[in-house]
Design a protein around this ligand. Structure first.
Ligand code: SF4
Length: 209
């Protein structure tokens, strides 16, 4: 990435972080994936109980591998035959790891969900929530954040999971009520009632969808 882009992204991240602070959340800027991993591991103490939704960005910075190989109690849904049990355990975790479908430049976080395990854990339950968010997810108002979630993130996720939704064929949202829709619940996180609960690492890289 050239210097001009880096400078612009640093300035944008500064603005997002100011917005997060004004909303009782904590923001960090990571210049690349390696730095994001270091910051995340500084935030999460060893022996913590950790759960997550299906967040590609968390995997992309190497955090899942680091937690599985370290001294952490990582709730790996893939190891649970009873997925509901894993989801219920997640609500009592020390940390829930997530990405965002979009974040506004003034710090509002937007997520959509089919099963709602992810958005419900973000909203309440786990003691802390740690978001890993690529700079590509920053939008300039709620409207554009919702459009990003429905026209970029959702169609890609629908294709990824082999779902039979209109967007998996057209690449954009058709506002469907398909049985397979992943747009069942929308969560707009505009303020955290609890200080020190929501932490966001903004990464100067394209992460996730
Ligand atoms: S509402 Fe339907 S078509 Fe639109 S993004 Fe969601 S799943 Fe796709």
């Amino acid at each position: 990435m050239n210097e001009v882009m880096v400078k612009r992204n640093e300035l944008l991240a500064e603005k997002v972080i100011e917005g997060l602070i004004s909303r009782n959340m904590t923001g960090y800027y990571a210049k690349d994936k390696e730095e994001a991993l270091k910051i995340a591991l500084n935030i999460i103490p060893e022996k913590s109980v950790i759960s997550m939704g299906g967040a590609m960005s968390v995997r992309e910075i190497g955090l899942v591998d680091a937690l599985k190989n370290g001294d952490y109690d990582f709730i790996d849904r893939d190891n649970y035959e009873d997925k509901r049990q894993a989801m219920l355990k997640a609500y009592d975790a020390d940390f829930f790891l997530a990405s965002a479908n979009a974040i506004t430049d003034d710090g509002v976080i937007v997520n959509i969900d089919g099963n709602a395990n992810r958005v419900s854990a973000i909203a309440q339950g786990p003691k802390k929530v740690l978001f890993i968010v690529g700079i590509n997810k920053v939008c300039f108002d709620i409207d554009s954040a919702m459009k990003r979630a429905r026209n970029v993130a959702a169609p890609i996720n629908a294709q990824r999971f082999g779902l039979s939704t209109p967007c998996s064929k057209t690449g954009t949202c058709m506002n469907c009520k398909s049985p397979d829709t992943i747009c069942c619940q929308f969560l707009i996180t505009r303020f955290s009632r609890h200080a020190d609960r929501i932490h966001v690492i903004l990464v100067n890289d394209n992460l996730g969808f």
